[in-house]
Design a protein around this ligand. Structure first.
Ligand SMILES: [Zn+2]
Length: 462
């Protein structure tokens, strides 16, 4: 048999193991994995020598925002350049969100996003169904079942942003969690106490400056909200997944919930693991506006520990590019600031550099948190592992090659980076999607988008 592609002599990381192997690809799938052969001759249309390189399953970013509607504007990465940026960071699949107005049919929300993304994405993609105005949905149970059938097996809800109409009430969480439990779906929650954040924002914003951001959304507003939603999930006996945890106390809450049998899971992001609110004193600090904000440095290590010990299962980017120009109209008042930072392309390199290289987590654990767990939790069948029959998705890195981050060279449509000037390891030499090479020798070479919409299966609770 002549394979389409042979990846020879690399060091693969998958399923908690690190092993030298040759990987053979046929029709977009992993057709065979064998011990490295001493024979140079291989039966493949193309072969790549990967000796000395680490071969990871393609990274799955389960939290991103491309072409997100923000008032009259959109976030500045569209599905084309955003997915290209992601590919240049080793990502081969991402899950974005629907954004239909409250009360709108959930499947209609998916159709709208599919029509925006159609034919644009360079890597595979799916959507979480965002639920706002739960009580305004006609027959929410029927709608959630229909969304599940359409491949949106996870639902996103908020305890924050009352003024923007995104916040759900506790009784709505209770009902949504009951339905999710009954149909085998998963509720993902953005936790910040919305009423407190709004009140504190009005208190601190008028004094001006970006320093008002961390003061208006302090860590306890997240910790309280995580604890509250975990209690509701416990009462309902439903699984729950907390997005972008930023505070040590939140990780502790999730761990405590898991210890008493609550099916609580969580994700965090590189900026909460590695950066701190000290950056809000820098000249460009206004560009680093995102919610939740960067926290005190004392939160970094407990979040790494949460990943290492298993209380946090996943790492995602929460990438939401907003250009300097779009942010510049804020008039020194955070209430006018569009919140979000670019993060797809730097997602894995940041964690590889600060986590694996510095010994905070192992490479096996990084692969679990970036590939295996997101695939299992989010119901992405045939992805996340280097296994025969699985999609031939790979991020291939040279463990000794470093690059200085320069926002001007990233593919994001943003003219800044919170990582500007940092020395990063882990930018991929190759990114491969279903056997197709998107990034070769560190250069994006894909000519046209070939990402597919993924209809997801039921989440696995881990
Ligand atoms: Zn987000």
């Amino acid at each position: 048999m002549v394979y389409d592609l042979a990846l020879l002599g690399g060091t693969a990381v998958s399923g908690g193991k690190v092993f030298l192997c040759d990987i053979f690809i046929s029709a977009g799938k992993i057709a065979a994995i064998s011990k490295p052969s001493s024979k140079k001759k291989t039966q493949a249309k193309k072969t790549i020598d990967l000796s000395g390189k680490l071969v990871l399953p393609g990274i799955i970013d389960s939290h991103t925002h491309f072409h997100l509607k923000l008032g009259k504007n959109y976030s500045s990465d569209d599905f084309d350049n955003g997915s290209a940026a992601a590919a240049c960071g080793g990502i081969t699949a991402y899950i974005d969100y629907t954004g239909q107005p409250g009360g709108t049919d959930l499947v209609k929300g998916l159709e709208d996003r599919l029509s925006s993304a159609d034919g644009k994405s360079y890597i595979d993609y799916s959507f979480h169904s965002q639920i706002t105005g739960f009580n305004g949905l006609k027959n929410p149970e029927k709608q959630m079942k229909a969304a599940f059938k359409a491949g949106m097996t996870t639902f996103k809800m908020f305890t924050a942003y009352a003024k923007r109409g995104l916040m759900s009430r506790d009784d709505e969480f209770f009902r949504a969690l009951e339905i999710a439990r009954d149909i085998g779906a998963l509720i993902c929650v953005h936790c910040e106490n919305g009423y407190l954040c709004d009140m504190l924002t009005d208190r601190y914003a008028p004094s001006g400056g970006i320093g008002a951001l961390p003061m208006s959304r302090p860590a306890f507003t997240e910790i309280e909200s995580v604890g509250r939603v975990a209690q509701i999930a416990a009462a309902v006996k439903a699984p729950v997944y907390f997005v972008h945890l930023s505070a040590a106390g939140s990780a502790a809450s999730v761990q405590a919930a898991r210890e008493i049998g609550v099916k609580a899971m969580a994700e965090t992001c590189p900026h909460y693991l590695c950066l701190s609110d000290k950056m809000y004193a820098e000249d460009d600090a206004w560009l680093y506006s995102c919610c939740p904000p960067f926290r005190g440095k004392e939160n970094n290590m407990p979040l790494w520990h949460g990943l290492d010990s298993g209380s946090i299962q996943s790492i995602a980017s929460d990438s939401c590019s907003i250009t300097r120009k779009m942010k510049s109209g804020w008039g020194n008042d955070i209430r006018n600031m569009p919140m979000g930072i670019p993060g797809s392309q730097t997602l894995m390199p940041a964690v590889y550099t600060y986590g694996v290289k510095q010994g905070k987590i192992t490479i096996e654990r990084m692969v679990e948190c970036f590939c295996e767990n997101p695939a299992r939790i989010m119901g992405l069948k045939n992805k996340g592992f280097i296994k025969k029959g699985y999609d031939a998705d790979f991020a291939i890195i040279d463990p000794f090659k470093s690059v200085k981050v320069d926002s001007g060279k990233l593919m994001h449509n943003a003219d800044y980076s919170v990582w500007q000037g940092k020395t990063f390891y882990g930018f991929p030499d190759y990114t491969i999607l279903r056997g197709k090479i998107l990034v070769e020798n560190g250069k994006f070479i894909a000519k046209k988008p070939s990402g597919k919409y993924i209809k997801r299966s039921a989440p696995e609770i881990i």
